[in-house]
Design a protein around this ligand. Structure first.
Ligand code: UDX
Length: 440
């Protein structure tokens, strides 16, 4: 099949490349000329395991193309995906200007029957707006071309996106025509071979499915973080409680790890947007609002433990930080707890020495570019030299089993604040560490 993907960011690039991998002819479009030029040279703008090799292979096999020209890209396409960003607006709702600008360009340039797919996470009712925008352009041109707008939300986890796309738990398609459903089924057939993972429904339910999935997962995390906070106060161990409740199949083990709060591009944005959508439709979503409030507070739980241990004034102190990315396997720092912790420590006069296997450049260039008291190190042990304590915020594999003798030698005082409950408290205490974790 001939497919165009508009927006060569995280979602667009992964989706386009995976469609190409299955033998489709895919053209990825972006308005950023530099990005397209780099992609043509085989330079991938994001870190995602397995993506680079797959892009290079499919470019070489002439299944995957890059261009800035939307008109050319859709002229041969049967299906066009809109995968541009929907950043959070000032009021918490998703900003649709990029999605609708693409819809307008599609209406201006399409020349034959087309299926237009919303891949970006968009508020309920957006497909109708996309449809109206395209139709208005066709009317201006006096063209009568048939098209359908389809909602096909993505469920990709950063760091595991290729696997999630190639072997999806489900493919959700919201459509209002049989033709569109059958074409989408054909496109996704190679990804759903082992059993039928294709779920078709009406457009608004598909749009809502994405928000409901992400908010459900965020709710599990905030719930567990709240349980952990109570555990700390009553002398229980949240890790044991996690195992205790996870063994109930109805609850399950996944997404109940207490930690320093959820971050990333999806959960914070989608939880806020769903709260806003509810509000705009006359419903006050109390639970969703609490999920967000618990998470905002949770991002500072480690800072609070530090203050409790060392006092309000941290001037003259240095903290070694392991992990900047919002989770392992990515260089993404959007809404990462590290941003909040570093700012809080800096506000209290402390210095931070940080190490992350992938996210240091992101931190320097964007997320902590204004932080003055942070220095970056090239190894995990280097951050410990003359530091008063170690803080762990991202559970990268290389932090799982470190050399505690070395850590103890480097640190001024053997104290670890662990935002991801990576170590065995008993072992660490035996080794002479003061060990602070979440929920114990
Ligand atoms: C998420 C969804 O998983 C994906 O389906 C959706 O399409 C996009 O958003 P992602 O943001 O890449 O994906 O990360 P995910 O692996 O889901 O983790 C989200 C955050 O939750 C991370 O900050 C992680 O540290 C935190 N988390 C996760 C916990 O604190 N505890 C848990 O038990 C699980």
């Amino acid at each position: 099949m001939n497919v165009a993907v508009i927006g060569s960011g995280y979602v667009g690039l992964v989706s386009g490349t995976c469609f190409a991998e299955m033998g489709n002819k895919v053209t990825c479009v972006d308005i950023d000329q530099k990005k397209i030029q780099k992609l043509e040279e085989g330079i991938i703008p994001i870190f995602e395991p397995g993506l680079e090799q797959m892009v290079l292979k499919n470019v070489k096999n002439k299944n995957l193309f890059f261009t800035t020209n939307l008109g050319n890209a859709i002229s041969d396409a049967e299906i066009v995906f809109i995968a541009v960003g929907t950043p959070m607006g000032d009021d918490g709702s998703a900003d649709l200007q990029y999605v609708l600008a693409v819809a307008k360009s599609i209406g201006e340039t399409m020349n034959k029957r087309l299926i237009v797919v919303d891949k970006s996470t968009v508020p309920i009712g957006t497909a109708d707006k996309v449809k109206a925008t395209i139709q208005a352009e066709l009317d201006k041109r006096n063209e009568n071309i048939e098209f359908s707008v389809v909602s096909n939300p993505e469920f990709l986890k950063e760091g595991a996106a290729i696997g999630d796309f190639m072997k999806p738990d489900r493919v959700v398609v919201g459509a209002d025509s049989e033709y569109a459903v059958s074409k989408m089924k054909e496109l996704y057939h190679p990804f759903c071979m082992s059993h039928d993972r294709f779920i078709s429904m009406d457009i608004r339910s598909a749009e809502m499915t994405k928000y409901a999935a992400n908010t459900m997962l965020a709710t599990k995390i905030s719930f567990m973080n709240e349980i952990a906070n109570i555990c700390e106060r009553v002398g229980a161990d949240a890790n044991m409680v996690r195992i205790g409740i996870g063994s109930d199949k109805r609850i399950g083990y996944s997404f109940i790890y207490p930690g320093a709060g959820y971050g990333g591009s999806c959960f914070p944005k989608d939880v806020k947007a769903l709260k806003k959508i509810a509000e705009e439709n006359g419903y006050k979503a109390n639970l969703i609002e609490s999920v967000e409030n618990v998470n905002d507070a949770q991002k500072l739980v480690i800072a609070n433990k530090i203050v409790k241990r060392f006092g309000e004034d941290l001037s003259g102190m240095t903290f070694g930080l392991w992990g900047l990315a919002f989770k392992p396997g990515t260089d993404d720092m959007r809404e990462a707890p590290a941003i909040y912790i570093v700012k809080e420590l800096e506000k209290r006069g402390a210095k931070v020495k940080a190490y992350d296997p992938k996210a240091i450049e992101e931190s320097k260039e964007f997320y902590l570019k204004d932080a003055k008291n942070i220095t970056y190190c090239t190894s995990k042990y280097e951050v410990l030299q003359n530091a008063d304590a170690l803080i762990l915020l991202t559970e990268w594999k290389e932090f799982r089993s470190p050399d505690f003798v070395e850590i103890k030698q480097q640190l001024k005082t053997p104290i670890i604040f662990d935002g991801r409950n990576q170590y065995n408290a008993f072992n660490l205490e035996e080794k002479g560490f003061e060990y602070f974790q979440i929920g114990k």
